[in-house]
Design a protein around this ligand. Structure first.
Ligand code: GLC
Length: 708
């Protein structure tokens, strides 16, 4: 992406207050660190739509369980919104009870972000919530009731997630329904379909540039197909997750089109600057997310005569969350999709929502207030719904996405455990677990009603999120270890078994992230002999055993159950060619899937190993996510020990990160799980009355204390 030089002076004077630089979105809440450089944003006058959304009281019921049409939904957050429907009977009492329960959560969080503007916002919000509840289909209301009785539904060990691209897995949404048998056979209870809402045409960051949140990508199907699929999944006890791209929209989204056309209302949905003054000030402390193909965080747009905040690609316009209208729009979008049967929202790039001068504009306190407010809205209308935070941030910052202090357990229900994933690959390369132990012990306990999203691989690259402090504590050097991992996984390191590629090398910071499928990174692609193949599969089994045995929702990435290797065909697709993350986004290989029962094939061996882990996990109450895994420092630096203290007894995960047998003194294990624990994976009983035990190459065991 090239950007034109900054104009010396703005060609046009700002057209509205919204055109003023927005140095700190938090004018109503907290002072900017450098308030001298931060012109304060004037509070906005309430818009007409706020009045038109005032709730209509308690008159006759409008029995509507049919999701509202796209048009009506679109109108909801605009000035032409019709009066809110009236709730009555059970719906009305439900609404009142839930509002009473969440009013304070909602109001306090909104006040922390929007200050006095909440007075104008409130009636519009309440009307929107009433309407969404009135329109919620009856079967989803039943699900709400069931979930309220089973608040730990995401924490139970039966929960197994599967992550797939609709087209690459099954062609279309209808195609997905044809493949549900496959998912059920694997034990899947939770399906994350990668971005499928209508994106901009051509390059669209794998669908993370949404042009319309109320339409499905045309080649995948329609909103009706989505609704039918969610109903079918629900019938089989599988929850659907969709991405909620909340930090930015496509440049082609109607809001951005209208902003470019000069509509003040929509200019205020974005962060537009007439000249380089503020962008330059921000840039001084902002990181670059895609330094390779989208350097910098701002893009000049001629039509808008502005520098537009674009954290990711130039065609992804960041939203101005300091504008309460943006909040209302997203409440409406969430509830619209929830009413189509979406049960889990992946809050994409959530860390970036709030910008503050002088900071990296990530993890700002307002992000958590906003999430808490969005969650309160979802709890009032659709308590079956859960949020998953996609916050790829340091452990110290991550816990706030599940809730710290006053927010504890009131923000996202789940967050990706990026650090666990990074440490899996780090220990596999270094054959050493000291850093793994150190990184895990840096995590504060999460709120007991929340859970982790646990994964070996996903659709994104792997960034070596390893702090210098942790590296130092583990006896290594941060930059050196990170460089080693990039060398190792790109296959440059002599003797490396991995076949990945460097993604977004940043000469300024020295960062080199890695793309590649789990199987290729673990050595299957480079394997020359049956022995190599066996080692690669053992490595993969080990990584899956740690994630499945950690306590959280394991998110299996499509194809990993068959050990699919890198897909180089992305180079032939013009809109993918410059982004090597497509290396690990292959089409499902259904021929290989046919081999899954054949133990003579690598696919069959991988599938069998994973299925054994899944079965063991689903029957193991010790893996309920309300309980933390705790590191037991191992005397052998090649092995990792993770303890889980469950009321039914102790569990100890025992893992060997090398391709050789590793000895462990038996007393270390005995102290936790007694003399004769059972390995829940193999079903074997262990005798720990001897002096030493030997762990198999890349061995993984879940030892369970037996009742006396
Ligand atoms: C998230 C997605 C990633 C995307 C980015 C911008 O990090 O996982 O694929 O590029 O958000 O939306």
């Amino acid at each position: 992406m090239t950007k034109p030089p900054a104009p010396d002076a703005p060609e046009n004077p700002p057209r509205s207050a919204a055109d003023q630089p927005i140095p700190d979105q938090s004018a109503s809440a907290q002072p900017a660190p450098d308030s001298s450089a931060a012109p304060v944003r004037k509070p906005r006058a309430p818009r007409k739509s706020a009045a038109s959304l005032e709730h209509a009281g308690t008159g006759a019921a409008r029995p509507t369980s049919k999701p509202r049409s796209k048009k009506a939904a679109e109108a909801a957050a605009t000035a032409d919104t019709p009066a809110a429907p009236e709730l009555s009977g059970h719906d009305l009492s439900t609404f009142n009870i839930r509002l009473e329960r969440y009013r304070q959560d909602l109001e306090n969080s909104l006040r922390a972000v929007y200050g006095k503007q909440v007075d104008a916002l409130w009636p519009r919000l309440e009307a929107l919530l009433r309407r969404a509840l009135a329109e919620r289909p009856a079967d989803l209301k039943r699900l709400d009731e069931a979930r309220l009785l089973r608040p730990d539904w995401l924490q139970v060990p039966e929960m197994i997630g599967y992550v797939a691209y609709t087209d690459r897995f099954a062609g279309t949404l209808r195609g997905v329904s044809q493949r549900l048998g496959y998912l059920e056979e694997l034990g899947v209870k939770y399906l994350h379909l990668m971005p499928l809402l209508k994106p901009r045409a051509r390059e669209n960051d794998g669908g993370y540039a949404v042009a319309d949140y109320r339409a499905v990508r045309e080649d995948l199907g329609s909103i009706d197909d989505l609704r039918s699929l969610t109903a079918e999944l629900r019938g089989r006890g599988i929850s659907l997750e969709l991405d909620l791209v909340i930090n930015h929209v496509a440049r082609e989204h109607d809001w951005a089109v209208r902003a470019r056309a000069g509509e003040a209302r929509y200019r205020d949905y974005f962060l537009l600057f007439p000249d380089r003054q503020m962008p330059d000030a921000y840039e001084r402390s902002l990181p670059e997310i895609f330094p390779d193909f989208a350097p910098g965080n701002f893009t000049w747009n001629e039509e808008a005569a502005s520098w537009v905040w674009t954290t990711f690609n130039s065609y992804q316009w960041d939203l101005n969350w300091a504008n309460p209208d943006v909040f209302l729009e997203f409440v409406d979008i969430i509830l619209y999709l929830a009413n189509q049967g979406v049960e889990i929202f992946r809050l994409d790039a959530i860390a970036f929502l709030w910008k503050r001068l002088g900071t990296d504009s990530q993890n700002q306190p307002e992000v958590h207030d906003l999430t808490r407010a969005l969650r309160a809205c979802a709890r009032i209308v659709a308590p079956a719904v859960a949020f998953k935070a996609e916050a790829i941030v340091s452990p110290g910052d991550l816990i706030a996405y599940l809730g710290k202090r006053d927010h504890s357990g009131k923000v996202s229900d789940m967050a990706y455990h990026n650090s666990l994933m990074v440490q899996l690959w780090s220990s596999l390369a270094s054959r050493n677990t000291r850093l793994f132990e150190q990184a895990l012990s840096a995590f504060a306990p999460k709120p007991t009603n929340t859970t982790w999203g646990l994964y070996v691989r996903c659709h994104d690259d792997i960034g070596w999120a390893i702090s210098d402090h942790d590296a130092g504590m583990a006896g290594t050097v941060g930059w050196g270890h990170r460089a080693f991992l990039s060398d190792f996984y790109s296959g440059e390191w002599p003797g490396s078994f991995a076949r990945g590629q460097v993604f977004q090398a940043n000469p300024r910071t020295g960062d080199r992230r890695i793309s590649g499928s789990a199987a290729s990174l673990a050595g299957l692609e480079a394997a020359q002999t049956p022995e190599d193949v066996s080692l690669a599969l053992r490595r993969l089994r080990l990584l899956h055993a740690v994630t499945l045995g950690y306590g959280g929702v394991p998110l299996l990435y499509m194809g990993d159950e068959l050990a699919l290797t890198n897909d180089y065909s992305y180079q032939d697709v013009p809109e993918h060619a410059s982004d090597n993350r497509w290396l690990h986004r292959p089409a499902m290989d259904w021929d290989k899937a046919e081999e899954r029962a054949d133990s003579a094939t690598p696919a069959g061996q991988m599938y069998a190993a994973l299925q054994q882990l899944i079965r063991a996990r689903q029957q193991l109450p010790h893996l309920h996510a309300s309980i933390e895994s705790q590191v037991v420092r191992s005397s052998n630096e090649h092995t990792l020990l993770l303890r889980r203290s469950h009321p039914l007894g102790q569990m100890l995960g025992v893992y060997n990160f090398t391709g050789e047998f590793q000895p462990l003194p038996a007393w270390v294990l005995r102290e936790v799980v007694g003399d004769f624990p059972r390995d829940a994976i193999s079903g074997h009983e262990w005798n720990l009355t001897n002096e030493e035990v030997a762990l198999e190459p890349y061995g993984a065991y879940w030892l369970i204390e037996q009742p006396r």
